[in-house]
Every structure is written in C-alpha cells, then in structure tokens.
Design a protein around this ligand. Sequence first.
Ligand SMILES: Nc1ncnc2c1ncn2[C@@H]1O[C@H](COP(=O)(O)OP(=O)(O)OP(=O)(O)O)[C@@H](O)[C@H]1O
Ligand SMILES: [Mg+2]
Length: 506
Amino acid sequence: MSRAIRILHLEDDLLDAELIARRLEEDGMNCQIERVDSEAGFLTALQHGGVDLVLADFSLPGCDGLEVLQLAKRVAPDIPFLIVSGVIGEEAAVDSLRNGATDYILKDRLSRLAPAVRRALDEAGLRRHTKSLGDQLTRAQKLEIFGELAGGVAHDYNNILTIIMANSGLLMAGLGEGTRLHKHASQIEYACAQAATLTRQLLIFSRDRGRDATVLDLNGVAKNAESMLLRLLPENVELVVTLASGSLAVVADRGDIEQVLINLVLNARDAIHSHGTIRVKTGSVKKGGKNFVFFNVEDDGSGMTREVKARLFEPFFTTKPEGSGTGLGLATCRRLVQSMHGRITVESNTKSGTRFRVFLPMAEGAEFSQVHAPASAEMLQGSEKILIAEDNHMLRDMMATQLEELGYEVLQASNGMEGLEIFANHKSKPPVLVIADVALPLIGGREMTRMLMKASPDLRVLYTSGHTDQTIAGLGFPLSLGDVLRKPFTLSELTHRIRKILPSAK
Ligand SMILES: Nc1ncnc2c1ncn2[C@@H]1O[C@H](COP(=O)(O)OP(=O)(O)OP(=O)(O)O)[C@@H](O)[C@H]1O
Ligand SMILES: [Mg+2]
C-alpha cells in the first residue's frame, strides 16, 4: 500500500474537520491529517515540514484567509493549497487563485474534494520532477562546457608539459644520478607525470578523451596509485593496501582504473568522520567458469542507508552538501567499469561501513604491454636525417637541439606547408623520418606526410599529438597506436621511438 498522504488542515470547526476526513476516506484516500485551528499553529506545523498538501478554511474567526495563503506560499511554495470553505464569494475565490491557491471547494460540494486533492498532488509531483530534470540539465550543461574547455586546452597544456619534462630530463642527465639537484629535477619530472594524469582525469567528460587499453598488472596500478592516494587522505584516515601475490593481468586503460580507484577511495574518506581505515585489496576469482581480477575498497565509515544504497550510482545523486559533491563519482565508476566489461558491487551498512568491489575480466595468456613500462632514461643516438614538423617553436627547438646533440641531422618546419617546401629543397638527400604533430597549421600533419610519402615511399613517420585517439581518428586516418607518440613525452621516450622506427641503429 502506498504511503498515507500527509494533510495539514486549518479548520476551527471540529465537526467539519471530521466530515471532511470521513469524506476523503470514503473516496478511497489514505490520509494522515493534522488539524490546526489557528494561524500560528498552522505556520508552526507547515514549517515543521513533512506536509504533502494543505486544506484551509477561509472563514476562520480572527484570521485572514488570504494572508494565511500568502504566508503558506512563502514558507512552502511547492505544497498544494486547497481552500475548503462554507462560503467564499466569487471575488475572494479569484483572488485566492491569483495568490497561488490550487483550488477551492465548497463545504456543501465535498464530492469534488477527493478528485481535487488527487489532481493537485499529481500536478505537484510533475512540477517537482520537471524542476529536478531542469536542475540536472543545467548541471549537465555546465559539465559539457567544462569538458569542451578542458578538451580545448589539453593540446597546449600537453605541449607545455612536454617542454618541462624534456628540460627536467636534460637537467637530470647533466647533473648525474645521486646528486641533490638531480633529486630536485626528478621531482619536476614526477610532478609533470602527475599533471599529465590530471589532464586525463579532467578530460573524462570531454569528447576528446581517448583510451589506451593495454595489458596491465592490476597490482602494479594499485601500487603506483598508493602514493597519490596517500596524499588525498587526512591524518586520521589510514590506508592499508594488500596486494595478491603474483601479477593480475587485465586489459584496460591505466587512467580508467586509477580513476575508479581514486573515486572509491575519496568516497571512503568522506564517509570516515573521525578516525578510520580504508583497505584496498587486490585478488583474483573464478566466477561462472571465467577468471576475474578484482580490487576492493573497504572503509569502516558511516555506511549507507538502504535508500542511499538504492540510488548511489545515479548521476548527480549525492548526499553531500551543495558544492562539495557533484554526485558523478560513482556514475563515472560504473560507466568506466562497464566499458572494461567488468562489474562493480557494493555492500554497506550503517554499523560496519562499506565495501565496493570491482571485478574485471582477467587477460588470459597475454603479455604485459611495454607501452607504459617506465622507459629507460637513456637517450639513444643516431645519425639519420630527420624533419621535425611542430608548430610550438619552443618544443620544436628543444627536440631539434637534443636530437642534434645525439648525432642526428635535423630540419625544422613550423607548419605543413613549410614541411613540404623543406622536403623539396632536400631532394638530393631527403630526410628518412618525419616527426609530425597531427594538428599542424595550414596543411595538417597527416596531409603533409601523405603528400611526402607519395614522393618518397620509404619515408617513415612518427606522429606526435596532445589530443587523444578519438580526436586523432576524427582527423581522418586509421589509427595505429604505434605511429603516435602521445604528449607529454620525455626526450628519451622520443629517442626510443625513433630507434624503434629506424631499427638500423648506428
Ligand atoms: N564509501 C561510502 N560510504 C558511505 N556512503 C557512500 C560511500 N560511497 C558513496 N556513498 C554515497 O553515495 C553518494 C554518491 O557518491 P558519488 O561518488 O557518486 O557522489 P559524491 O561523492 O556525492 O560526489 P562526487 O563524487 O562528485 O564528489 C554519496 O554522496 C554518498 O552518500
Ligand atoms: Mg564521490
């Protein structure tokens, strides 16, 4: 049976009140009625809350009906207000409707009451729903704008990060390992790597977000994330990470797994009000004949009520105060886990806390990808002729200087047109490799290299890009990850990629 309708009834005549209550009951309405007989009592009850609908007699001694209505609309504007009166002149009725009354019913026509109450409640429900849709839409629009902005700056931002990373790499190489300054330079590089992760997180709602699914060891991801997670936790919260022995192979984007882990740990942190412990645990299980790897995030915090548990994956559902939670954390987690063909589950109670579990299909018989393995900091030498086509001049200069120092012969172009011209001027001994930003001005990187390859079919190409796979693919060429060096990159990564493309190392 549905919940009783909570009615606040302003009526001084006890008999009338009983008559009205009985009439509602006879008409099949399940009501819980609180009667008040004064303006003051009425206001107190209304402010107290928990009222679905107001019935009010308009001809109470010492009490102006219109004034009561106006007060009610100020205190609880969304609650339907029905006038039930013995007499109400036409003028007063119109006046009351103008002032926000939902309807008026004469006491000698009580057959109209139940239908009027039903209609008023339906309309109020619809208004609430529309309003909440409107709120969600505004938030969704804000996020969309934010995503677009983030996507727009990502390219420039990644160029800057590449420059910082490359320079810190050069500093480290020049200073030699073990020195105090070397440590500072390596911290710059570490901070850049974190900033790069952050860009990826910011881009999660932008259309420009790409994925780099590779074979990863879940243990490795959790272990790497530990130091970052520790920085997010206050002193009163302890983090205990327990990794299963061996490695746990999974095909996924490292950023996606980190994102899920971070969101779950942040929620656990918010659920701990004084002291507490967050446990992160990895492992593997067999379910329905299939192997899964999993990670748990468990807290001994406040836990959740059944109502919260039922809604927690809904986008924009949050119990946190305005401004401190968007309610998108778990919706994002679920979306990401589903995109990895996995499952996320939750167990929670208000006594012992909460445990989230994320199951992902185990990658069987797969080799761990080297893409994300920390590249050796060694710079690899060579002597081939290379054309660098890059519109960010600082980045281009730095790459050129470094490659020249390593023995390469380097030509530079700031846009696609210039690249074509330079190539034409070096016909007798053309470059063997073009390093081209995908999004070059005038003539794009892909267009330029396509034209160059027509003239020199043996030409090798390495694309660089601050955008992501989807955007690159959107630029109109099939994407093979091997051809694109994602910004930000270190100079040693660049030289390793060059030597992979030009295997005849000198
Ligand atoms: N570990 C937890 N313990 C208790 N409640 C939780 C826990 N995790 C989530 N919740 C509940 O689920 C709600 C939704 O979580 P979600 O991560 O989607 O949004 P949020 O944390 O409120 O906001 P945001 O993640 O955008 O900052 C939270 O507001 C909270 O009520
Ligand atoms: Mg959250």
